[in-house]
Ligand binder design. Structure first.
Ligand code: HEC
Ligand code: HEC
Ligand code: HEC
Ligand code: HEC
Ligand code: HEC
Ligand code: HEC
Length: 500
């Protein structure tokens, strides 16, 4: 780079502008390249109306501008450095950019420079287009930061939304949310690189978009679902692994008067009724205050006795799909649930005495990592059932349960990510429907806790009992005797074995 610091010829031409230096020139090229990429991506985004390309926004509104700023900073920085050099050595030789096309060296330099610039611009556009496609993909979200996202990715693959791209729920479309998601996205990249992320990753996701912009792009909230049958195949933790099945008719109903009676569980949907609540904890598990606004504008407030007054309006959340369906894509089964399922599907051998309790106990222990867990499961079951047929398959099944539901490195499992549908292992619906929320103004009226508000029990038990079906529903026959009045299911059930 002989021309960077040419010897000061006596009687050198008038001083050149501070802008003429290599750093500023490089800055100018980066500026031009990113501007070009920005315009190109913007065209893509507008052409696609931003409908299906949530990640395009990251590139268009974040990465390209970042390079733009970098370019401009370099232009200014180069000029500033020039300026400093000159003020320091007022009469000294100022490094400058002098291109003399008469010099073969300079001619070549210019040719290479032009070729380089054109290639750079081309690569920028092809590159940004490819990057856009890549960042939109599930691999990018789920596999790039493999260890960090492993729990979410693994559970995602086992759910009803395994074919729905992460970005459909987590970013959605529209420019305003791009920016929000992008800023937090950059922070996430930083936190992964510098190991600053929390373990487990906190839930609920603070800036998650309202369901209206994500879930409701595929799911029609007006749908009238009526009642749907849900069957739970359970097994007791006794020596016989006694089966115990509950067939429930769950009254999902609907929220739109145009398509069915407004009522049932989907009554809460925003279509007709607006439900708002205040949660005292970040995980939204303790809910002391609820407000309902009916279509006619009338308002009802329900409160627990120990909560007085009104909550801070900023902390009030409008209820949407995700307050119940908070695990549509990342459901972590509890030991109790997953072992029951494996027993029902005969993956775990039901003839092994007390195997339900044995496997649940092994899954409930804390392990340093997956290897330690699978080794302990193998050892524990071999010790207990040495030589029994069905042992090997049972070990494989138990280890598999661990692999897809427990992630010790990220401290992620069912206890950190409770599912709000139901009320057995975590309070779920009983966060509000627990008999402790009374109507302000009339304490005799509270949120319904009647079992039949939400479901009727069509059949329960095992064997012959199960073939007795009552359309009007049976009262619940709890396998361990009557449930004490006023006690929530979670008072005893916690996803592990019940010892009382
Ligand atoms: C069907 C919609 C949907 C899809 C698809 C989806 N998620 Fe989620 N995700 C959610 C919801 C809902 C939550 C929990 C939100 C809450 O409770 O605030 C969540 C939570 C998360 C969390 C926070 C930890 C947690 O479990 O609460 C991470 C990280 C995450 N998702 C990553 C991903 C990745 C990576 C993918 C793709 C492999 C993905 N998600 C696909 C809906 C989805
Ligand atoms: C891109 C479209 C899409 C988006 C976005 C989406 N879903 Fe779904 N969802 C589906 C499809 C498709 C199915 C049916 C899958 C099947 O049965 O094979 C489904 C199934 C479901 C089911 C039934 C689950 C089951 O186990 O049968 C629930 C509940 C649900 N979605 C809730 C949600 C919630 C809550 C969100 C937002 C966080 C959401 N969905 C976002 C497409 C979507
Ligand atoms: C008050 C809690 C609650 C809210 C809010 C809620 N759901 Fe549900 N939803 C349920 C329950 C409970 C079921 C019954 C199925 C089950 O038990 O898994 C269900 C069932 C469903 C099903 C399967 C039944 C069917 O007809 O296919 C879909 C899909 C669904 N919900 C989507 C949504 C969407 C989309 C929203 C938001 C617009 C929403 N839900 C809001 C609790 C809720
Ligand atoms: C944030 C608090 C909250 C949560 C969580 C909640 N609900 Fe509700 N629910 C309400 C309120 C408020 C009402 C209206 C009570 C009234 O107006 O008397 C209601 C009413 C209902 C109704 C009666 C609707 C009708 O036909 O009038 C059903 C059924 C219901 N909820 C089911 C559920 C189920 C199932 C879940 C869990 C998946 C659940 N709720 C979770 C607050 C909640
Ligand atoms: C606010 C609504 C609501 C009320 C009130 C309610 N349940 Fe439930 N219950 C649910 C939902 C939702 C599920 C989960 C359905 C599913 O798994 O899809 C459920 C699940 C169950 C199950 C199956 C548990 C399992 O996992 O094996 C039983 C048993 C049950 N309820 C009994 C009762 C009894 C007994 C009462 C009355 C004391 C009651 N429920 C009151 C909403 C309710
Ligand atoms: C006082 C403690 C206690 C309370 C409260 C309680 N249960 Fe249970 N429950 C038990 C015990 C103990 C067993 C037997 C455990 C076993 O053998 O696995 C059991 C077993 C069950 C089972 C079958 C096996 C299993 O573990 O899934 C179901 C279903 C069940 N209970 C539902 C409920 C529901 C629904 C509620 C709330 C309405 C409830 N229980 C409240 C103690 C309790």
């Amino acid at each position: 780079m002989s021309d960077l610091t040419p010897p000061a010829a006596p009687g050198a031409p008038a001083r050149q502008s501070v802008w003429q230096n290599w750093i500023s020139l490089a800055g100018a090229i980066i500026t031009a390249g990113s501007l070009f990429a920005f315009l190109f991506l913007l065209t893509l985004d507008l052409a696609g109306k931003g409908e299906r390309n949530p990640y395009l926004g990251i590139l268009c509104y974040l990465v390209a501008p970042a390079f733009l700023i970098l370019g401009i900073a370099l232009v200014l920085g180069g000029a500033w450095q020039q300026h400093r050099l000159r003020t320091r050595t007022p009469d000294g030789p100022a490094p400058r950019l002098a291109i003399d096309l008469a010099r073969p060296h300079d001619r070549w330099l210019l040719i290479w420079f032009s070729v380089g610039t054109v290639a750079f611009l081309l690569l920028t556009s092809v590159g940004s287009y490819q990057t856009f496609h890549y960042t939109e993909s599930v691999e990018f979200c789920g596999e790039v930061c493999h260890k960090v996202m492993q729990p979410e990715f693994t559970t995602y693959q086992a759910g009803a939304h395994a074919r729905v791209a992460c970005v459909e729920c987590h970013i959605g479309s529209g420019a305003a949310w791009y920016v929000k998601a992008k800023v937090s996205g950059l922070y996430q990249v930083y936190s992964v690189l510098f190991h600053k992320y929390e373990q487990p990753i906190p839930t609920p996701v603070q800036n998650l978009r309202p369901a209206r912009d994500t879930c409701e792009r595929c799911h029609w909230p007006e749908k009238y679902s009526g009642s749907i049958e849900v069957t739970h195949h359970r097994f007791l933790a006794d020596e016989e692994n006694t089966p115990y099945t509950v067939r429930l008719l769950v009254h999902v109903g609907g929220g739109s008067a145009a398509h069915g009676p407004v009522g049932g569980i989907h009554w809460h949907m925003l279509v007709s009724n607006k439900v708002e609540y205040y949660a005292a904890d970040l995980r939204r598990q303790t809910i002391p205050w609820i407000k309902v606004t009916s279509p006619d504008g009338s308002v009802k407030v329900f409160r627990t006795d120990d909560f007085k007054g009104e909550p801070d309006p900023k902390a009030v959340r409008q209820m949407d799909c995700m307050d119940c369906h908070n695990r549509p894509a990342h459901n972590y089964s509890s030991p109790n649930d997953s072992v029951d399922e494996a027993l029902y599907l005969n993956r775990i051998d039901r003839t092994l005495p007390g195997v339900k309790r044995a496997v649940v106990d092994l899954l409930t222990k804390t392990y340093a990592n997956e290897e330690a867990a699978t080794a302990a499961i193998d050892k524990g079951l071999r010790q207990r059932y040495a030589g029994k047929p069905g042992l090997d398959a049972t070990i494989v099944a138990a280890q598999r349960i661990y692999r897809v539901n427990f992630f010790p490195e990220m401290k992620a499992d069912w206890s950190k990510y409770p599912n709000n549908i139901g009320h057995l292992d975590s309070d779920g619906c009983f966060r509000c429907h627990d008999g402790k929320h009374n109507l302000v103004g009339d304490r005799t009226k509270g949120l319904s806790t009647e079992c039949v508000t939400c479901h009727t029990i069509l059949a329960q038990g095992a064997g012959a009992d199960l073939s007795r079906v009552a359309p009007e529903g049976f009262p619940f026959k709890h396998p361990a005797g009557d449930v004490p009045d006023g006690m929530l299911c979670t008072g005893c059930h916690n996803g592990k074995n019940q010892d009382n």
